[in-house]
Design a protein around this ligand. Structure first.
Ligand code: SF4
Length: 158
């Protein structure tokens, strides 16, 4: 299956309650065979409205960081989230929602085969604990299919 075919399937997903509040499902964006994959937790308001990950002020800052080291979602990275539909009022995705949605991220990994995975977290949250939870849960779920370097960065929440 190609990434485009996977996206078409994902866009019809109603596997958890988050589908009820979405304006757009946020599948992911970027180079389809990128060596670097960035992963956030879930879409916010701007992402839900535009159907793309990291497009608010934090996302613009992320794009500046990436550009400073010659990286860009247009040419050499892929960006996605753990859950594809916006949680109400930007709350954290519930464990059961993450468990349900991780299948899509797992399939994205299988197709893209990144060499480096960057977990992107916001400063307002529980920082290192949260990041390590996110990182280890994703690694546990994905490590059987992909062997790669895991790192994390934090962004300010505007
Ligand atoms: S959050 Fe994920 S599992 Fe839930 S409806 Fe959206 S795509 Fe499906």
């Amino acid at each position: 299956m190609t990434l485009d075919e996977l996206e078409v399937k994902c866009k019809n997903c109603t596997a958890c309650g988050l589908c009820e509040g979405r304006t757009n499902l946020v599948f992911g964006i970027g180079k389809k065979d990128a060596d670097i994959m960035l992963i956030g937790e879930g879409p916010g308001e701007n992402e839900d409205l535009q159907g793309q990950p990291f497009v608010g002020r934090s996302g613009q800052l992320l794009d500046k960081f990436l550009a400073s080291v010659d990286l860009s979602r247009d040419k050499n990275v892929y960006i996605a989230n753990m859950v594809k539909c916006r949680p109400p009022k930007n709350r954290d995705p519930k464990p059961e929602e993450q468990d349900e949605c991780i299948k899509w991220l797992r399939e994205q990994f299988k197709i893209i085969k990144p060499k480096i995975v960057v977990c992107v977290e916001f400063q307002r949250k529980g920082l290192l604990t949260k990041i390590s939870e996110l990182q280890s849960s994703m690694a546990n779920l994905l490590i059987k299919t992909v062997h790669c370097l895991w790192v994390h960065i934090t962004l300010p929440q505007f």
